[in-house]
Design a protein. Structure first.
Lengths: 527, 124
């Protein structure tokens, strides 16, 4: 037996010889045997150490066995200590009952039968040992429970700290748990949403039929996918959602991460990659096409007045030259020079518009278009003149093309401070041409959308919008029926007009993007 | 004031475009000498008196703008015009006086050259 497992047995008798004989009898139990020759000494031992069994003589001087037992029992620590009385005289039942009342657990009569004494003490020693082990286990268990509770509390705190929305709902969809991440993401507080139907409140749109999702949850216990949901403020967000069925199949855990901004950034990246790729293609095409085009143009230039040609040949050469001019025109428009400084510079929007209108003056004249200029601000912005010119050339050329039978072109510039926007220049270009049907307006800024069939590339407005967005501005279109016709207005807002040096500093020109398509789509009538 | 026809040194590594450009410029009232590379152009530049260099940009070896820099080093202020079919002006295009698209057409090119020389076609 290990020392730690040994229990203490206290033997109390006023006669040392009896103590000696008990010691001899009990030695083979292998426990710790402690002797006391008086009740007082016994109490001292009891106070000093833990005692499993007290073996005591009933009749002792000073404090007798019954008194000692009573004193022991009154102390809370010793209420479970086994007390065995040894009595030299025959005990009446009344004495025995008195003993039991005082807390004795057993009696042994003299003459002591060694086997009997050993067996009884052994039973109580063993009982004490087991009780002690049990108490130890109990303590350990309590400690573990405490530890685990602490762990759970920490986890609960982590759930609260998580920036992800963590939601538990029952199988009917009612919200059971709603962490602060969910409060922040959706705007609904815990008190407001607990018990309500999760996907009704959030107007969730699932990427797959709901039954399929339920089936997946039922069979595999998990499902993940992107959901479109609506916040309390009415904004739509996209969340990456992981659903898990609880082990008891009573609830579903949903962990939702807001990926709206990430998706937007990815989309912007895809768009700029597309632009850059088109720029590279344009560069290659430009080089391979422009060189022979120049040679052919020069050939026709030399040919057209050549003295050896008869009238018919000369007419044919002229026709060839005219068609060639068309090819050159479209090539220049779409793949033309891109000569741009690396740093933004102050640009006067009105000067820029005048340049563009100069370029278009012949078209305006030919199409009998009346020009109205309203410059109410000289609107200086920091930027790149070439790309801004591209935007306005595109919008004005579109407007001209929308008025094949004449009309009015109004170009208006004013300083804008409206609607809580930063100060900036607001340019509107309005024509009273053929108009754009409402169902097409929303597609205007999509790439490759054109109403001009083969004549337009469908990129002009898309690129223009991209350029304006780079300035953190906006490009919008409205086309309405007015008395006696239609009015189509493209308005461009470019921020930064009041403080030309701020905010624009980080901007760099679009890399490798040529002036793709100043010939634009639109003008429904010519399609 | 140039009293005679202006003399242009036309540089291009491609024979056909070079010949055609020469014929067009002659028709427009210039005297044209040609070179098939920047090296040849520099030799001519050092041996006869010319009024202007009109060079292609992308040529094997020395490019048009590099040629412009070498010419400016020899004779600062000497007019050099670059024609190019590519979209993007090279980073060193500051060395040239003009950067013209090949698609601008004969009329625009001659107009720009005359204006750079500070004369009008009638004076030639």
């Amino acid at each position: 037996m290990r020392n730690a497992d040994k229990v203490n047995i206290l033997m109390v008798d006023d006669q040392p010889s009896k103590l000696l004989s008990y010691e001899v009898i009990l030695r083979e139990l292998g426990e710790n045997l402690i002797q006391a020759t008086s009740g007082k000494e016994a109490l001292e031992h009891l106070l000093r150490q833990e005692i499993a069994v007290v073996l005591m003589d009933v009749s002792m001087p000073d404090i007798d066995g019954f008194e000692l037992a009573e004193m022991i029992r009154q102390h809370p620590r010793f209420q479970k200590t086994a007390i065995i009385f040894i009595s030299g005289v025959h005990l009446s039942d009344v004495d025995r009952i008195k003993g039991y009342q005082r807390g004795a657990v057993d009696y042994i009569s003299v003459p002591v039968v060694p086997e009997l004494l050993r067996a009884k003490v052994s039973v109580f020693a063993e009982l004490h040992r087991k009780t002690r082990q049990l108490e130890r286990l109990n303590q350990e268990l309590e400690f573990r429970v405490a530890e685990r509770s602490e762990e759970l509390r920490e986890r609960a705190e982590l759930l609260e700290l998580a920036s992800e929305a963590i939601v538990v709902r029952d199988l009917e969809g009612a919200v059971k748990f709603w962490n602060s991440g969910a409060e922040a993401l959706y705007g609904w507080s815990r008190e407001e949403i607990l018990g309500r139907k999760l996907h009704d409140v959030l107007k969730t749109r699932f990427p797959a039929p709901f039954l399929e999702i339920q089936a997946a949850l039922a069979t595999t216990g998990t499902w993940s996918g992107n959901l479109v949901q609506t916040t309390r403020w009415g904004g739509e967000i996209v969340v990456a959602c992981r659903k898990s069925m609880s082990p008891q199949r009573q609830a579903v855990l949903e962990i939702n991460r807001d990926i709206t901004a990430q998706l937007r950034a990815e989309e912007a990246l895809r768009r700029s990659e597309k632009l850059a790729a088109m720029g590279r293609v344009a560069g290659i095409v430009a080089h391979e096409i422009n060189n022979p085009l120049e040679a052919i143009t020069n050939t026709f230039y030399l040919l057209r007045d050549h003295p050896s040609l008869n009238d018919e040949a000369r007419t044919l050469a002229r026709m060839g030259e005219q068609e060639l001019a068309r090819v050159c025109h479209i090539t220049r428009q779409t793949l033309s020079f891109y000569r741009e400084s690396q740093h933004p510079m102050p640009v006067s929007i009105t000067d820029l518009l005048d340049d563009v209108l100069d370029l278009q003056s012949r078209s305006l004249e030919l199409n009998a278009i009346q020009l109205e200029k309203h410059y109410r601000s000289d609107a200086k912005v920091e930027g790149f003149p070439v790309e801004l010119k591209q935007v306005f050339l595109n919008l004005i050329a579109n407007a001209v093309q929308a008025m094949p039978t004449g009309g009015r072109l109004r170009v208006k510039v004013c300083a804008s401070r409206a609607n809580g926007r930063p100060p900036g220049a607001l340019v509107s270009i309005t024509d009273n041409g053929v108009g754009i049907p409402p169902h097409l307006v929303k597609h205007l800024f999509e790439p490759f959308f054109t109403t001009k069939s083969t004549k337009g590339t469908g990129l002009g407005l898309w690129i223009s919008k991209g350029i304006i967005q780079k300035y953190e501005g906006s490009l919008r279109c409205r086309s309405v029926a007015v008395s006696g016709g239609k009015a189509t207005c493209f308005s461009v807002f470019i921020p930064g007009a009041a403080e030309p040096t701020s905010a624009r500093r980080k901007m760099t020109p679009l890399p490798e993007v040529p002036e793709l398509a100043t010939v634009a789509r639109r003008s429904v009538g010519s399609a | 004031m140039v009293q005679r026809k202006p003399i242009i040194l036309c540089v291009d590594d491609e024979a056909n475009p070079l010949l055609l450009r020469k014929l067009v410029l002659e028709k427009l009232g210039f005297i044209v000498v040609t070179a098939a590379s920047a090296a040849e152009a520099l030799k001519i530049f050092n041996s006869i008196k010319i009024d202007l260099i009109l060079s292609d940009q992308l040529m094997p070896g020395v490019t048009g703008t590099q040629l412009a820099r070498q010419v400016k080093a020899l004779c600062p202020g000497f007019p050099v015009v670059i024609v190019s079919g590519v979209n993007q002006a090279p980073a060193d295009c500051e060395d040239a006086d003009l950067f013209i698209s090949k698609l601008e057409g004969p009329a625009a090119v001659s107009e720009k050259i005359y204006s750079l020389l500070g004369i009008t076609p009638g004076q030639a």
